[in-house]
Design a protein around this ligand. Structure first.
Ligand SMILES: Cc1cc2nc3c(=O)[nH]c(=O)nc-3n(C[C@H](O)[C@H](O)[C@H](O)COP(=O)(O)O)c2cc1C
Length: 382
């Protein structure tokens, strides 16, 4: 039996259990993957100040994100095709997040639908929206998210055009996968995954099928994306969406202080410093590298979250120390899901909680909401 003690262990197991096409989809970055690597690497240069002989009793990781209580300030990031990492993947991840007490964010490009998540959970989840040209489709999606009692809308602004991931093109990524000889040989070595998929009817884009029936594989998705994702998107649209939604609004994909100011002006409740996990603009700065300047520019006016490259509780606390109120994990929970379904997502959250709690203690703190730059070694961060 494999003993799992790190997010990396979950990644290794997921690689064994998930068909290559979908494992590669989760694990890859765009073009040379330099931003994807920088997201992870740049956390390593930041160093802690170790403190000793401080009372460490009664520690707490409880915090809030957009005013909502969280068991720790870590949310599950929106990820497309999550139901292809494991059958009914979005439902399983949402259940694990609900049990743990952290937000789950459902992607527009999910396999399970908004209604599927609502039917299988009892607490509100968050919904991530991509802006498409078909405004009636957007209106309906917003209405469906409201009807499902979603408690925040995460509006992603960094995907008007699609960054190229070479592996996805080579693998012929599609949902459901095409039964080519290469795919069948690969799937023969992943029997758990195949059995799971045979046991579910959810194998395509749950929020889109029936609304955009032409989308079935990666090339038709690309075609639909270039046709539907709105090249003319502007901050005016953000204001319109905020008004239409009427609830908590989180803007995702901010990497620049000037855009952060515009996000504040748009009336958003929070922004996420994010480069889409290194999947869009290759050559962009890492998210943790971009965070301090954005905190300096607008940290007094808006709640700041971040994602990209978080692989441990140590990374979470570094982001908090640099001014993030909350952090999202994408690939870490996908690895957990691919490795062990719902149990794997719970395992991933447990690992991160344990690392976060102990690291906070080593830095001499008992309350995660009190984390600030003082826990970091001067000179090891910007
Ligand atoms: C497989 C995959 C699919 C993603 N799909 C979406 C998506 O549909 N919508 C979105 O806003 N972000 C999407 N993202 C970006 C994530 O929300 C998040 O920004 C990123 O995963 C954070 O980096 P990390 O994976 O290093 O934690 C996706 C990321 C991955 C890895």
């Amino acid at each position: 039996m494999t003993i799992i003690t790190t997010v990396e262990d979950l990644r290794v197991l997921a690689q064994k259990r998930v068909p290559r096409m979908f494992y590669d989809y989760a694990d890859a970055g765009s073009w040379t993957e330099s931003t994807y690597r920088a997201n992870v690497d740049d956390f390593q240069t930041i160093k802690f100040r170790q403190r000793v002989a401080v009372n460490l009793e009664n520690r707490t990781l409880k915090s809030t994100m957009v005013g909502q209580e969280v068991a720790m300030p870590v949310a599950l990031a929106p990820t497309g095709l999550t139901g292809m990492q494991h059958a009914d993947g979005e439902i399983l991840a949402a259940k694990a997040a609900e049990k743990f007490g952290v937000p789950f964010t459902l992607s527009t490009m999910s396999i399970c639908s908004i209604e599927d998540i609502a039917a299988n959970t009892s607490k509100p989840f968050w919904f991530q929206l991509y802006v498409m040209k078909d405004r009636e489709f957007i209106n309906r999606l917003i209405d469906r998210a409201k009807a499902a009692r979603c408690s925040a809308l995460v509006l992603t602004l960094d995907l008007q055009v699609l960054g190229q991931r070479h592996k996805d093109l080579r693998n012929g990524l599609s949902a459901p996968p095409k039964l080519t000889i290469a795919n069948m040989i690969d799937m023969a070595t992943k029997p758990r995954w195949v059995l799971g998929m045979l046991g579910t009817r959810r194998r395509s884009f749950g929020n889109i099928v029936g609304h955009a029936s032409s989308v079935s594989d990666m090339s038709s998705l690309s075609a639909w994306t270039s046709q539907q994702f709105d090249l003319s998107l502007s901050w005016k649209d953000v204001e319109w969406i905020k008004q239409r939604w009427g609830g908590k609004l989180i803007i995702k994909g901010i990497m620049d202080a000037e855009d952060a100011r515009l996000a504040v002006e748009s009336g958003a409740d929070a922004l996420i410093v994010s480069n889409h996990g290194g999947r869009q603009l290759d050559g962009a700065q890492s998210s943790i590298g971009a965070l301090p300047a954005i905190v300096d520019a607008v940290g007094q006016q808006i709640e700041i979250h971040m994602d990209g490259g978080v692989r441990s509780g140590q990374d979470v606390i570094k982001a908090l120390a640099l001014g993030a109120k909350g952090v999202y994990i994408g690939r870490p929970f996908l690895y957990g899901l691919g490795a062990m379904g719902e149990q794997g997502v719970s395992k991933c959250l447990d690992i991160i909680r344990n690392e976060l709690d102990l690291t906070m203690a080593f830095c001499g703190l008992r309350d995660v909401t009190k984390v600030d730059k003082n826990i970091l070694l001067p000179g090891s961060f910007k």
